[in-house]
Design a binder for this molecule. Structure first.
Ligand SMILES: [Zn+2]
Length: 477
C-alpha cells in the first residue's frame, strides 16, 4: 500500500511539473475496464459486451481488447492476455487465418471461425471458435480465443468468478496454494464442481449438507469456525463455468456455512465427496444425478387454508401427510424428492408446477382433501387427460391409476376412482406425469375425524404408491 501511495504522488508531481511529458500518455486510458460495456463487432454484428477481466499471479492482465462471454465461454485476446499477460508465444497469419499458441511442449493451432483446434496435432473441439473482433473504441481488430480451452491446453488452471466477472489463470504444477488434486484429463473437463481445501483437523463427519433447492443453493454446514479459511480464495477452485453465480461463507451459532449457488434460476443437484484434504461439490442437472425424481405438493398453505370444516383445515392435513411421507423418502436414497412446501407457506400454483419443470421431475404428486356437501364421501384421484403428453409411456392416467389403490386402501373410504379434470392449474402446467389425490371429504364429519387421526398412515401410503409406480414404470435413464 505504502509503495502505491509513493508512486501516485510521484506521478502527480510529474504531471503537475509535466512539461516533458507528452500529453497523450496522460489523457489516454487505453486499457479495458472489467464490467464496463464495450461495443464490438463480432461475426459481422455490432454488439455491446460487458468486459470480462483476466488475472494472473494476483494481478489483472492489462488488455486493450476486453474479454467477453460468448457461448458460455470467456473469449480473451490472444495477444494481450495469452502472449503479453501469460507469456504464451502467439502468432496469427492474416493470409491463412491460422492462429498458433505455444507454451513449452504444448502447441495449439486453430483457424478463425472454426470450432476445431489442433492440440499437439490432435483434433479437438472447442466450445466456440476463435474470432477476429473489431473494437469501436480502439478502431482496430483483435484476435480472440476461447479462454478456458486455451488455458487448459497450455498448462494453466483456469477458474471463473462471475461475481468479479474475472477469470483466474494459475500455472499448473507451480508451487502455489491452488489444489493439485484436480484431475485434468479430458473427461473431467465437462464436470462442473467446486473443490475446497480442508483445514487441518477437520474431520469428514463434522460436515453435513443441506440441499436448499428453493434458494438454488447447497449449504455445507461445518461445525466450528472456519470462515476465514473458507473465505480465502486460494483455498478453493471453481471449475470453469461462466454462469456460476456465487460462493459465500458465514459463521453463526457454532457453524460455518458455505453457500454454493451455481445458478440464479436453475435448480442443480449436488454430489459431495470428501478426501482427507478436499471437499468436492459436483453440481449438475438433477436428471443426470438422480434416477427417480418426484415433486410432492402439499395442497394450499399459508394464506390459503383450502377447505375447512369442523375445526379442520385442509392445508394442515395435506402438510402432515407430506411430512409423514418425507420420513420414508428420507430413509431411501433411491428417491430424490422436491417438496413444494414443508411448512405453512403458500407457494403459488405456478411455483408448484415450475418446481417440477425446473428439476425435470419424473412424477408430480399433489395431495388434497376434498369438500362438498356433508353427505359426500370417498377417495378419488384426479388426472388431466389433456395435460402433459408422455413420451416415456407413463401418462398421467397411468400414474394416477398406479397410486390410487394405495391411497384408497389406506383410507378405507368409498372408492370414487379416477376422475378426469382438465382445468386444474397444477395438472395443466406440469410437464410430467401428474396426479392429484383427494384423500377424503373434510365436509363429512366422520371422514374428517378419521382423516385427522390417520394422516401419517396416508403419508406412508403416498410413499408406498410412489415406490410401486417406479417399480412398474422404471426411469429409462
Ligand atoms: Zn385442495
Amino acid at each position: 500500500m505504502q509503495l502505491k501511495k509513493i508512486l501516485l504522488s510521484t506521478i502527480l508531481t510529474i504531471s503537475i511539473l509535466g512539461t516533458a511529458i507528452p500529453p497523450v500518455s496522460v489523457s489516454a486510458a487505453p486499457y479495458a475496464a472489467t464490467n464496463k460495456t464495450y461495443t464490438l463487432k463480432i461475426t459481422g454484428k455490432k454488439q455491446k459486451k460487458k468486459a470480462c477481466g483476466a488475472n494472473y499471479k494476483g494481478k489483472t492482465i492489462k488488455t486493450k481488447a476486453p474479454g467477453f462471454i460468448r457461448s458460455n465461454t470467456t473469449m480473451y485476446s490472444a495477444y494481450y492476455v495469452f502472449q503479453k499477460g501469460l507469456g504464451v508465444s502467439y502468432s496469427y497469419s492474416s493470409k491463412t487465418w491460422k492462429i498458433t499458441l505455444k507454451r513449452g511442449p504444448q502447441t495449439i493451432t486453430m483457424k478463425r471461425g472454426s470450432k476445431y483446434a489442433y492440440v499437439n496435432g490432435k483434433k479437438t473441439k472447442m466450445p466456440t471458435p476463435a474470432r477476429r473482433v473489431y473494437s469501436y473504441r480502439q478502431k482496430k481488430n483483435f484476435i480472440y480465443v476461447p479462454g478456458s480451452f486455451c488455458a487448459k491446453h497450455l498448462g494453466f488452471q483456469y477458474s471463473w468468478s462471475s461475481r468479479k466477472r474475472t477469470g483466474t489463470f494459475v500455472l499448473k504444477n507451480s508451487n502455489n496454494t491452488t489444489n493439485k488434486n484436480t484431475t485434468s484429463n479430458n473427461n473431467a473437463s465437462n464436470e462442473q464442481y467446486v473443490q475446497l481445501k480442508k483445514p487441518s483437523g477437520l474431520s469428514s463427519n463434522s460436515i453435513t449438507t443441506t440441499d436448499d433447492y428453493h434458494n438454488r443453493r447447497l449449504i455445507l454446514n461445518i461445525k466450528g469456525n472456519y470462515s476465514s479459511f473458507f473465505k480465502n480464495s486460494s483455498n478453493r477452485y471453481i471449475a470453469p463455468d461462466s454462469n456460476f453465480r456465487s460462493y459465500s461463507v458465514s459463521y453463526s451459532g457454532g457453524y460455518t456455512r458455505i453457500y454454493i449457488r451455481p445458478r440464479k434460476n436453475t435448480i442443480k443437484a449436488y454430489q459431495v465427496t470428501q478426501t482427507a484434504s478436499y471437499i468436492k461439490v459436483r453440481y449438475a442437472a438433477p436428471k443426470s444425478i438422480y434416477k427417480r425424481i418426484i415433486v410432492i405438493d402439499a395442497g394450499h398453505g399459508g394464506k390459503d387454508s383450502g377447505a375447512t370444516a369442523y375445526g379442520y383445515k385442509e392445508k394442515n392435513m395435506t402438510l402432515k401427510i407430506v411430512q409423514a411421507a418425507k420420513k420414508y423418502f428420507d430413509n431411501n436414497p433411491n428417491y430424490k424428492v422436491y417438496y413444494t412446501r414443508l411448512s405453512d407457506t403458500y407457494p403459488s400454483l405456478s411455483a408448484r408446477s415450475d418446481l417440477a419443470n425446473n428439476v425435470g421431475a419424473d412424477r408430480f404428486y399433489s395431495v388434497h382433501i376434498n369438500s362438498a356437501g356433508s353427505s359426500s364421501t370417498g377417495t378419488e384421484t384426479l388426472y388431466n387427460s389433456k395435460g402433459y403428453k408422455s413420451t416415456s409411456g407413463l401418462t398421467s392416467y397411468k400414474w394416477s391409476a398406479a397410486i390410487h389403490p394405495y391411497i384408497r386402501s389406506a383410507t378405507g373410504f368409498k372408492n370414487r376412482g379416477l376422475v378426469n379434470r382438465t382445468g386444474l392449474a397444477v395438472l395443466r402446467h406440469t410437464k410430467t406425469a401428474s396426479t392429484l389425490t383427494e384423500i377424503g371429504f373434510i365436509s363429512n364429519k366422520s371422514e374428517a375425524k378419521k382423516m385427522n387421526k390417520n394422516l401419517s398412515n396416508y403419508g406412508k401410503a403416498v410413499y408406498n404408491s410412489v415406490a410401486a409406480s417406479f417399480n412398474k414404470y422404471p426411469s429409462k435413464r
